[in-house]
Design a protein around this ligand. Sequence first.
Ligand code: NDP
Ligand code: MG
Length: 384
Amino acid sequence: MKKVIILGSTGSIGKSAIDVIKSMPGDFKISALSAHSNEEELLKQAALFNVKQLALAGKKPADKSIAYYSPAGLLDMISETDADIVVNGVAGSDGLLPSIASLKSGKNLALANKETIVMAGSFITDIALQTGKKIIPVDSEHSAVFQLLEGKKKEDIDEIILTASGGAFRNLSSEELKNAKLEDALKHPNWSMGTKITIDSASMANKGLEVIEAYLLFNLPLSRIKVLIHPQSMVHSLVRMAEGSLYAQISEPDMRVPIQNALTWPKVGPLLFGKLDLTGLSLTFQAPDFEKYKMLKLAYSAAELGQGKCIIYNAANEVAVDAFMNRKIDFLGIPHITEHAIENVNLKRIDTLEDIIEADNNTRIFVKEFLGEYIKKNGIWNIY
Ligand code: NDP
Ligand code: MG
């Protein structure tokens, strides 16, 4: 029986992970759970699965049975809990240190938190190599590519094609994006996910982060990581071999499938979440419009320019999305701010974890100042 820690258990990925474990009771046992501040839900989950090791990263718990709290407490819980694998479903850049703590304390990492790879790249993949632990991607596209690459030689791979739904605004023109509303950005056509990643899907920053994630995880030249819009979200990604054959991974858009795959790896688990019937389905693909989806274009340039720019891309987007969700900027403010940060944040060489954290912090300070000054000078920066 595998022992599993679920980080971010009260979120979209966390709840899906719990669902998978509930469906395979003889195979997995939950040894620890964590949330940011949703104490009530965390306690409910703990009672249901008889979990004693609990952490709240974002506030002091009222209930004494939650022994770990604060970001540092979360790291202690990871290190002090006996487990085989950690599902990291923490949202945002705060997922990085828990990923490092998981690998360093000898656990495999089922990684949904794409920010870990985007921010830390080879720094984190080197830790996995040194500790002999595995990073198993949960992000559906990377889970697909991870499985498609198994048993294949790197030199035989021509390209990786990540699919993208196109998000909530896939039917809007660039011009129409100027008036895009928060309420509409939150309506993802295919997936039900946390709010930040849903906004990122609408701007395609999510695909931008995923291009960087694939580039750093799978070690192919950036020019061989491609994106195709596939509105049905059934083909989760493709790998093209040197002789031209395309291999695809196809299933319903349900995050429980890649989570199950990560948890059962290297074995293949049983059928739990339905068999996709291809009869009558029409699967379509189109090239993304890089002018409309500026965040996708910016991600490619950040990846080209190196690790520091990827950290800036991620942090600037996080602050900008937060401002959009608080109705301080309009939708197109997100790429505008991110581009400004990529071009202007001072950056030194990224060698250590401290360098990564400093670049992340400096970007957040820079963007908040930029936003504050802009709003002071021009009035509120939005269309609402
Ligand atoms: P949610 O917002 O739904 O959930 C986030 C979880 O993390 C919650 O349990 C939350 O706790 C906790 N959390 C939030 N902030 C912190 C923090 N600072 N420190 C510790 N814990 C925190 O997010 P998602 O589940 O949608 O996404 C999680 C990650 O997975 C993201 O990196 C996302 O990009 C990635 N991902 C998600 C997919 C999806 O389908 N949702 C698909 C592919 C990748 P609380 O409830 O208390 O706030
Ligand atoms: Mg994805």
